[in-house]
Design a protein around this ligand. Structure first.
Ligand code: SF4
Length: 400
């Protein structure tokens, strides 16, 4: 089909179609936008290409090129214009396009419900900005800080807590001067024992840049741990080359890697090999999962996911309640349901398979454990006890 005919077809009234059909069409639309943008625009330097020159990132940039007429005609085009969209060939190969409930498609394909925003949702849901003394650095807890080195990812999760900051039109990568200022802050703050590299996904860095960053952090006497948070080993395993794994190591610091995955089907043979490459190199691995309505909020799936982590030498660490990011209410279940799932997991699976169920509190107050002692139902929602022992209100979930 020609671009013109496909464009026309995608712009028709979509109201009568099922959600799965809508998602498939939205993704086709995003791909079409990429194609149209690539043919119409003269080659332009991608601000992120210096990271590694990856074609995937350039394609991601093109996917969000504005197509105003389409956005007016199609709510899913509006979603595509508002939030970044990308999926890797590895993830695309794992999804079942004929399954309207496909858990991989659900995580990466846009949904019209993303246009529904509620009062309690926030552009900066976990309060990065109030805790950011210098650009790209978040200092929330005394002994550790986040360093948000890049704001691009090989995939864009529809529930992303930093969806207002990531993507080609997000906050971008730190400049040399900004990175220097962040490193100066860490150097001047002896309490910082651990630096958590996040973003965006820091595993998009080239081995050369990753090694330079590791070495810069290792040169700071009081920094002992460098923790990388990433989806790359499972969503884009080819990036986990021996050279990249070597770049995580430097005398004086211990690397840890937190692997983000939400469904056992994300563990492809290539992804398992990437995880093994990290583990064989002696890099300790922990997990992080977002508890997503319709993807992993049932006992069998959650247990299979935790077993998949452990079988691949990844210790389950965090099970996140979805954050209050704009347009993500359809992902959040009830905290009581999450507590019941975690209790069921405790009864059915090995101690190795147990993550901590947590929520980030709005305003930058950090994580609260969502066990029955630290999370209580109130008439207006919940009260959560933070790491500082203070109780704060947390809004109720949406019905549905
Ligand atoms: S990989 Fe992480 S930062 Fe990137 S879109 Fe997904 S949740 Fe957001």
């Amino acid at each position: 089909m020609s671009s013109g005919r496909l464009l026309k077809s995608l712009s028709r009234d979509l109201a009568s179609q099922s959600r799965a059909q809508l998602r498939k069409r939205a993704f086709s639309l995003a791909l079409l936008k990429a194609r149209v943008a690539q043919t119409r625009q003269s080659p332009k330097r991608d601000p992120h290409s210096r990271l590694d020159g990856a074609a995937g990132l350039r394609q991601t940039a093109a996917m969000t090129a504005p197509t105003t007429a389409l956005e007016k005609a199609d709510p899913l085009a509006e979603v595509a214009a508002r939030y970044a969209i990308a999926i890797t060939p590895t993830m695309q190969a794992l999804l079942d396009p004929d399954d309207p409930q496909d858990p991989i498609m659900a995580q990466f394909f846009p949904d019209v419900r993303e246009l529904i925003e509620t009062r309690e949702e926030l552009k900066d849901p976990i309060g990065d900005h109030p805790r950011s003394p210098v650009k790209g650095l978040v200092h929330r807890y005394p002994d550790r800080c986040l360093l948000k080195i890049v704001h691009v990812c090989p995939v864009y999760c529809r529930f992303c807590f930093r969806r207002e900051m990531v993507g080609p039109s997000g906050e971008g990568a730190l400049s040399v001067q900004e990175l220097k200022a962040a490193l100066d802050y860490i150097r001047a703050t002896p309490a910082i024992w651990e630096v958590i590299l996040t973003g965006g996904d820091p595993f998009v860095l080239s081995p050369r840049r990753a090694a330079a960053l590791t070495q810069a952090l290792a040169a700071i006497e009081h920094v002992k741990i460098v923790r990388w948070h990433t989806r790359v080993p499972l969503v884009d395993p080819a990036r986990v080359t021996p050279a990249f794994v070597a770049s995580l190591k430097a005398p004086g610091v211990t690397p840890w890697v937190a692997i983000h995955a939400n469904h056992p089907r994300e563990f492809s043979p290539e992804g398992r090999t990437a995880l093994a490459r990290l583990a064989d190199a002696g890099v300790p691995l922990v997990s992080q999962t977002v508890l997503l309505r319709g993807v992993n909020d049932d006992p069998a799936t959650l247990e299979a996911l935790m077993r998949a982590f452990v079988e691949n030498r990844v210790k389950p660490y965090y099970l996140h309640h979805p954050d209050l990011a704009p347009g993500t209410g359809h992902w959040r279940g009830r905290i009581e349901q999450g507590q019941a799932l975690v209790e069921g997991l405790r009864r059915s699976a090995s101690g190795l398979c147990q993550p901590a169920y947590v929520a980030d509190q709005p305003g930058g107050h950090g994580k609260a454990r969502l066990n029955p002692v630290n999370a209580r139902k109130t008439p207006g929602g919940y009260a959560l006890c933070g790491h500082d022992g203070r109780w704060r209100a947390y809004p109720p979930e949406q019905d549905g």
